[in-house]
Design a protein around this ligand. Structure first.
Ligand code: GLN
Length: 491
């Protein structure tokens, strides 16, 4: 395998600029790596080598003309949640059959407009519902990391498990992902990669298959904080095709990565010290605090009193919105139809065949909490809790510039370890769903290996529209952690 695939995105762009290699050479190296590794990892569900080489050739021509974009010639992977014109997009659900969009999502269009090259579509949990990639129609993705002395395959987390695994295994320079309750940050933490969910409304949701529209946000998974800053800058834009898209300028976040944290106040929310937190996670968090202190930040204790209600509120709001969004897959206008005896039977069979068990569970919960008689008791109450959670953050972030927490309560787990118990699976999202409920930006940075040799991540949550501080703190954590560990190659 060529060394080119091991470059960071920004180093690869330097190499392209200096003509050390061409985009065609770089892209070919990734195509070869995917062909060799994907059978074991299952990160890609669609590979587009011909299209990639065509895009790479066009990119080399543009660069030769002195017309290079910010991602000129960089091969990326795209989560299967993003509609890509002419390339099958199913959100890894059977119900989308062989759906091939006739249009491009705004986020991916922004990448192509800056010269990026598409390697293919990445595996994910069905409709982004999951924390382990075990609900995909195409089967689970393997994490390149394994526990020391244990040969079992681990999940890369989810729902952006394909994105995280592909970045960690050098099968792309960076990947798009999406985060409704943690699906960028948790897989990043499980694979030793960087992931950021920006402020709700920063990136357009146009052309992203909807899960829970008031929570869904696009973001990148990358090898470094600098790479994440560059990718996010290109992905974000104001878009009239998404009514929740914010009309705000997109900053140049790369400048923030090197700025350091001197003078910043970092809040430590005491409610995140949850019952049964492992010593390992506790120690990681303390290590993060010590690093930031040593770099000149002031550490303050803050409180987010409604934290314990976040997970229950999320698992009402997200399924409610999903049940509404997924109502369109009825086999008539959308969805792979399975004919029944009459219209009702056709609806029933289409939806029973097309949706997997976890999606069906969510649709039933969502329909229940929205139904008359239960709406006030569940949905309305969850919305009120959501407001309280936002108020908690507003108060806490008045006393500090950003919050530091662990990304997840544990490291990557094995297939089947949590999939039989949905509540245990949902508990994985405990530190991440809060930022979605409040619409705030959150970044996960790899910080350490646990005693089993698996990566652990630290999360920085910022004020609304203040990704800049997330990148400042994330950059400092990255320098302090100097996380250079790589998974031992078995695939
Ligand atoms: N794991 C969470 C869920 O299953 C979050 C998923 C996501 O962010 N898309 O809903």
């Amino acid at each position: 395998m060529s060394d080119l695939t091991q470059l960071t995105l920004t180093d690869a762009l330097d190499g392209l600029e200096k003509k050390t290699f061409s985009s065609v050479e770089l892209t070919q190296a990734f195509i070869d790596a995917i062909a060799a590794s994907n059978p074991a990892l299952n990160a890609y569900v669609v590979e587009t080598p011909e299209q990639a080489l065509e895009m790479a050739k066009a990119s080399d021509d543009r660069r030769a003309r002195g017309d290079a974009g910010k991602l000129e010639g960089a091969p990326l992977g795209i989560k299967d949640l993003y509609c890509t014109k002419g390339v099958r997009t199913t959100a890894c659900s059977n119900i989308l059959g062989e759906f091939t969009p006739t249009y491009e999502s705004t986020v991916t269009q922004n990448l192509w407009d800056e010269g990026a090259v598409m390697l293919g579509k990445l595996n994910m949990d069905e409709f982004a519902m999951g924390s382990s990639n075990e609900t995909s129609r195409f089967g689970p993705v393997s994490n390149p990391w394994k526990r020391a002395g244990d040969n079992r395959s681990l999940t890369p987390g989810g729902s952006s498990g394909g994105s995280a695994s592909a970045v960690a295994a050098d099968l792309c320079l960076g990947a798009t992902a999406s985060d409704t309750g943690g699906s960028i940050r948790q897989p990043a933490a499980f694979t030793g990669t960087v992931g950021i969910k920006p402020t709700y409304g920063r990136a357009s949701r146009y052309g992203m298959v909807a899960f829970a529209s008031s929570l869904d946000q696009a973001g990148p998974i990358s090898k470094t904080v600098d790479d994440a800053a560059l990718m996010l800058e290109v992905m974000c834009s104001h878009d009239e095709k998404d009514s929740t898209s914010l009309n705000v300028p997109t900053p140049h976040w790369r400048e923030n990565v090197r700025e350091g944290v001197k003078g910043l106040k970092i809040g430590i929310p005491k409610e995140y010290r949850v019952d049964g937190m492992s010593d390992e996670i506790e120690a990681l968090w303390q290590q993060g605090i010590d690093w930031l202190k040593a770099a000149g930040a002031e550490i303050v204790d803050v409180t987010l009193p409604h934290t314990k209600y976040a997970l229950p509120a999320y698992y009402i709001v997200a399924p409610a919105e999903a049940s509404s969004n997924l109502a369109r897959y009825d086999g008539m206008r959308y969805g792979a139809r399975v004919d029944g005896e009459d219209l009702t039977a056709t609806y029933e069979e289409t939806r029973a065949t097309g949706f997997g068990a976890e999606v069906q569970r969510r649709l039933m919960i969502g329909t229940y909490v929205l139904s008359s008689g239960y709406y006030d008791a569940y949905y309305l109450r969850a919305q009120k809790v959501r407001t309280r959670i936002l108020e908690d953050f507003t108060t806490a972030l008045h006393e500090c510039d950003a919050l530091l927490t662990p990304t997840c309560p544990s490291a990557a787990f094995a297939f089947g370890e949590k999939s039989n118990n949905p509540v245990e699976m949902y508990l994985n999202d405990i530190f991440t769903v809060t930022a979605n409920l409040a619409g705030l930006p959150g970044i996960s940075v790899p910080a350490a290996l646990n005693s089993e040799g698996l990566p652990l991540g630290l999360q920085v949550i910022g004020k609304a529209l203040d990704e800049a501080t997330c990148f400042r703190v994330g950059g400092e954590l990255e320098r302090a952690a100097a996380f250079t560990a790589r998974p031992e190659r078995w695939w």
